[in-house]
Design a protein around this ligand. Structure first.
Ligand code: ADP
Length: 267
């Protein structure tokens, strides 16, 4: 029925989403779950005495900068989040498959070793990057898991298509790619705001609907991480998805709210 992504940042509520999802799956709906790890990763970094590193690309996208050193922690944060989510859902009577992209070819990606980043008003080159983009989603493999009655739970990791190692990918874009390649009915990106806001600081300024034709309105409103959520939606819509929703995770029944008109609907 859909792909849902739960945010990893502070302020997101996973319990409400997982309760909502468990009820739906037990009623026979078929979903895929993706999750972020930003909060857990920041916590692991500070416990290890590492400053979390972020970079802003020349086109304005902010992302985590992960080298081999940070990647060890990123993998740990990812697996512990996946395990937490799966054990919560298991306790609710929902059988899950925690996805480890190294055990197969469900999610393949490609590292961009050298990236450009803004430093003040200069563009610099950074080497040793372990983040990358998704190059292939095995939709047959994902369908096989769902058909057998399991809910697949994806961390923001891919298997490098050329070397057996993990790479860091964006969870929102992973959810978008899965939604488009599996012909999902909807993509639900849940976050710690009511949706896409006209003005980030005004929770009453929710943009309720936006189509690809008027995308500049959305792009002008989105700052920081919201820009990447929009990119994830755009890629999925251009890949054939009918509708995406960016909505609040902090309320009761967040998925139900999102698919019954709440949040920002994008098509
Ligand atoms: P998550 O971990 O939930 O995916 P992110 O931190 O990646 O969360 O993205 C959500 C954040 O995007 C919000 O907390 C908000 O600060 C920021 N943001 C920037 N621009 C907007 C906007 N126009 N509307 C809503 N949120 C925005």
């Amino acid at each position: 029925d859909g792909v849902v992504k739960i945010g990893g940042a502070k302020g997101n509520n996973h319990d409400n989403t997982l309760l909502d999802l468990a009820g739906r799956v037990k009623r026979g709906e078929r979903w895929v779950l993706c999750h972020g790890v930003s909060g857990a990763m920041d916590a692991l970094c500070s416990a290890a005495g590492l400053e979390p590193r972020y970079v802003v690309s020349p086109s304005g996208y902010r992302s985590r900068f992960v080298t081999d050193r940070e990647m060890v922690l990123f993998e740990k944060a990812s697996f512990s989040e996946t395990a937490k989510i799966c054990s919560f859902l298991g306790a609710m009577g929902v059988p899950t498959v925690p996805i480890n992209p190294m055990n197969g070819t469900l999610v393949l990606g490609k590292v961009k070793d050298v990236i450009r980043a803004l430093e003040g008003n200069r563009t610099i080159l950074l080497r040793g990057n372990r983040s990358g983009k998704i190059t292939r989603i095995d939709n047959d493999g994902i369908h096989a898991i769902i058909e057998r009655g399991f809910l697949p739970v994806f961390p923001p990791l891919a298997r490098d298509e050329s070397v057996p190692r993990y790479i860091n990918i964006d969870g929102d874009r992973l959810a978008g790619s899965i939604a488009a390649s599996c012909n999902a009915r909807t993509l639900v990106l849940l976050t710690n705001t009511p949706g896409l806001l006209e003005n980030v600081d005004d929770p009453d300024s929710l943009i309720k609907d936006i189509s690809l034709d008027e995308w500049h309105v959305a792009e002008n409103a989105a700052k920081g991480n919201m820009k990447r959520k929009l990119l994830a939606c755009k890629e999925a819509l251009e890949g054939g998805l009918q509708e995406a929703v960016i909505a609040d995770s902090r309320i009761e029944l967040p998925i139900t709210n999102a698919i019954s008109g709440g949040g920002t609907h994008l098509w």
